[in-house]
Design a protein around this ligand. Structure first.
Ligand code: SF4
Length: 98
């Protein structure tokens, strides 16, 4: 029988640190009443779980914990759903390697 040495993604992500830039989110969703198809997909696609469906049916983003993977940036490049910038220096994800 093989021993399992698998490590969960959540465990690895937990080792990273995130410095929040209070009041200056680096990802913002354009105001909307009905979320685009892409925004709805991001609720499931964002690896950090930054997107969530609100009670009023819109999609919200909380970029704390964002991995800066660029998935949402690429997917919305032509839809204009997002205002996406890298965090200011010293803020955002601080990866722990190893
Ligand atoms: S860049 Fe990646 S981790 Fe950050 S909000 Fe977009 S999809 Fe999520």
């Amino acid at each position: 029988m093989l021993e399992s040495n698998s490590v969960k993604v959540e465990d690895k992500l937990y080792q990273n640190r995130y410095r929040v830039d209070e009041g200056k989110p680096h990802v913002c969703i354009q105001p909307h009443t009905v979320p685009s198809e892409v925004l709805q997909k991001l609720v499931k696609l964002c690896p950090a779980g930054c997107y969530a469906k609100a009670d009023d049916g819109t999609v919200e983003v909380t970029p704390d914990g964002c991995l800066e993977c660029g998935t949402c940036r690429v997917l919305t490049a032509e839809t204009g759903d997002l205002d996406w910038n890298y965090p200011r220096g010293g803020y955002g994800i601080q990866f722990k390697f190893g």
